[in-house]
Design a protein around this ligand. Structure first.
Ligand code: FES
Ligand SMILES: [Fe+2]
Length: 351
């Protein structure tokens, strides 16, 4: 909290900056997050990453499996993501040539009598999985193993679906803000140009949650076609705190994968992948383009709001805004094991 002296010299105006004063949501909920897209991590490439307030690097081992390890070499602290190389499936430090395997274990230390093998000589390593063209990394504050997985989705089949397109944006907000937006009934009318609040059905299932609603696709409405005719059902599955698969079914079928990864205490990376079902050549590119263009425009509008809003301890939810508190109650499970100070998700309701 910052105090600013008002012009009369006596009154103090309290100016709250939720980022400078400490964001009121716990950092880094436990779960699977996107580290990068598969196509962004080529064989023999070392990719520096900044997530969870840490410096990481991704590379592919000798079998082509994506690996994510801590970026700082334990020898003298060089950053493996800047000048590091992949040698025989191991990541090699640019400074003095130490090598590390996909588990982070030191595998070679040139000119040393023996290869260091203590815990100190290893890199931190992260559990990874690669699915739907995404390298996922597991983050758990207590180092627990994954208790759910993100499945392969049928919409990756190029016989029936267009190749996925994507865009990536960075927002100055918490990962939960981006995710819970999907459960904010009223914003669909203002941001997404729907006729009114969304009618959301919410069914949590452990670390997964199912979300059902209806939408109209405004591109078609704007073209002079009726709302009724271009009404879609929208079925989505939240896979933990960082992955959301959403499908519209109607005159045109689409699928998106929304990926949110905490960068640090201030910023979150958001990637949206999207595709549409092939109908006939000529229309396919238009359907996918309209989906992605609409989504990007809307997310940019939301990003402006997320970047400046603050989480309220007691929002004034109305009768038609039932899903936010349900979502927050479900999402609270991903803060398990966070420190006492951090385990108080202020907006989680008790009922
Ligand atoms: S700092 Fe990495 S090998 Fe020396
Ligand atoms: Fe939204």
């Amino acid at each position: 909290m910052h105090s600013i002296n008002a012009s009369n010299g006596t009154e103090e105006i309290q100016h709250f900056d939720n980022y400078k004063d400490g964001y009121k949501l716990p950092r880094n909920p436990n779960g699977w997050y996107a580290a990068c897209l598969s196509k962004e991590l080529k064989e023999a490439e070392v990719k520096p990453l900044s997530f969870f307030g840490e410096e990481l690097v991704a590379f592919r081992d000798a079998q082509g499996k994506a690996k994510v390890v801590g970026a700082y070499c334990p020898h003298m602290g060089a950053h493996l993501g800047h000048g590091g190389t992949v040698v025989d499936g191991k990541i090699q430090c640019p400074f003095h040539g130490w090598q590390f395997d996909g588990t982070g274990a030191c595998a070679a230390a040139p000119f040393a009598k023996r290869t260091p093998q203590s815990a100190r000589s290893n890199l931190d390593s992260y559990i990874t999985e690669e699915v739907n063209g995404v390298v996922l990394v597991w983050h758990h504050v207590q180092g627990k193993e994954p208790d759910y997985h993100v499945p392969e989705i049928p919409e990756m089949d190029l016989k029936q679906w267009m190749p996925m397109q994507h865009f990536t944006l960075t927002f100055r907000t918490h990962v939960q803000e981006i995710r819970e937006n999907f459960c904010d009934e009223s914003h669909f009318a203002f941001i997404h140009e729907q006729e009114g609040p969304a009618d959301i059905t919410w069914n949590p299932e452990g670390p997964l949650a199912h979300h059902h609603s209806h939408l109209t696709w405004k591109y078609f409405v704007k073209m002079g076609l009726t709302d009724e005719k271009y009404r879609f059902t929208c079925d989505s599955v939240f896979y933990g705190p960082g992955v959301l698969v959403s499908r519209t079914r109607g005159p045109i079928d689409s699928a998106t994968i929304g990926l949110c990864t905490p960068i640090d205490d201030e910023y979150t990376q958001f990637t949206l992948m999207g595709t549409s079902r092939k109908v006939f050549p000529g229309l396919n590119w238009f359907n996918r383009m309209s989906l992605m263009k609409t989504a990007k425009r809307d997310v940019l509008l939301e990003g402006e709001i997320w970047s400046h809003k603050k989480p309220l301890e007691k929002p004034i939810y109305q009768a038609h805004e039932r899903s936010m508190s349900k979502f927050q109650k479900w999402y609270a499970q991903f803060y398990d094991g966070h420190s006492q100070q951090e385990t108080i998700p202020l907006r989680v309701v008790n009922s």
